[in-house]
Ligand binder design. Structure first.
Ligand code: SF4
Length: 311
């Protein structure tokens, strides 16, 4: 999906007389703010229901960084609460310890959870891993997103267990998912490409769900804007070091010229997973021999990162 703004702003919505705020380029439909919100809510419902992501009695730990995607995720799950009456939400914010960046987003996360009346936990890298991210990265800033991603995933699982969550929801959007597919291909990482973390394992791993995975980054930004929740927050100082930022720029350009590129990329991952499953070559989660956490080999990435001398 792709959305553009600006020159289309004066056009009329394809479904009513209101002015359009966006053009859905793939469907070639102009959407006013009300129809954009409905389109996004419908997309989340479709993703949840087609993939059986939620069941009655679920307690959902919502990863809330305070940035755009997680803000939209919590808002949407809250807006759709009457559709899933037996499901409860709890927001979890991870404080990696990134000076000059995290303070503002943490304040935004606290304010949103308070406004929506949703329970909220704040968990710091320093408490869990002994140091904040800035300190852990001394002399190796280029590895920032790898280290941060590994530790943040673990922190989220710990936070989810603390509130007895049955499911972890993250704000990964269509762009994120397409970028991950391409990055795994570029790294030649077939196990990660084929690993499906949405199912979990009872009593062991908590399933992860991504209700925004069919919605583009731009649609999310406009959704927040028309709902009055758009905030211009600072960008992480480490973001420029990531392979993801180059992949993001390449994919955005391809999506603009060939609408539907990202969806096709994600569909190809589903096909690869299906083929891998039928040939028994799907990546499988295992238990780390050191800490008992989830991993894809004998030792998890957290133990490799923070106890390198033991590996
Ligand atoms: Fe962590 Fe990288 Fe995201 Fe910064 S950009 S918060 S270092 S994953």
């Amino acid at each position: 999906m792709a959305v553009t703004r600006g020159s289309q702003a004066a056009r009329q919505c394809s479904f009513c007389c209101e002015p359009a705020v966006t053009l859905h380029r793939q469907l070639e439909q102009y959407l006013c703010s009300n129809h954009l919100v409905r389109h996004i809510q419908d997309s989340v419902i479709r993703t949840i229901e087609q993939n059986h992501l939620l069941t009655t009695g679920d307690r959902v730990a919502v990863a809330l960084s305070g940035g755009k995607d997680s803000t939209a995720l919590l808002l949407l799950l809250h807006q759709l609460r009457t559709r899933y009456p037996g499901v409860t939400l709890h927001a979890i914010t991870i404080d990696e310890g990134i000076v000059g960046y995290r303070e503002e987003t943490i304040d935004a996360a606290k304010a949103l959870a308070r406004e929506l009346g949703i329970g909220h936990s704040l968990i710091g890298f320093s408490d869990l891993f002994g140091d904040d991210l800035d300190t852990l990265l001394a002399g190796r800033a280029r590895e920032a997103c790898t280290v941060c991603g590994v530790l943040r995933r673990r922190a989220l699982v710990i936070g989810a267990r603390q509130v007895d969550a049955t499911v972890i929801a993250t704000g990964h959007n269509l762009d994120d998912e397409a970028q991950s597919v391409l990055m795994n291909v570029l790294r030649g990482d077939l196990p990660r490409l084929t690993l499906d973390t949405t199912t979990g394992s009872p009593g062991c791993f908590i399933p992860r769900i991504k209700p925004l995975s069919a919605i583009s980054e731009k649609e999310i930004a406009i959704f927040l804007f028309v709902q009055g929740y758009f905030r211009d927050l600072p960008e992480c100082p480490y973001a420029g070091h990531a392979l993801r930022s180059e992949v993001r720029s390449v994919l955005s350009s391809l999506e603009y010229r060939y609408p539907g590129t990202m969806e096709r990329l994600i569909k190809s991952r589903k096909d690869i997973r299906r083929i891998s499953q039928s040939s028994g070559r799907t990546g499988r989660l295992q238990i780390c021999q050191e800490c008992g956490g989830p991993c894809s080999s004998e030792l998890c990435q957290v133990c490799r990162l923070i106890r390198p001398s033991e590996t």
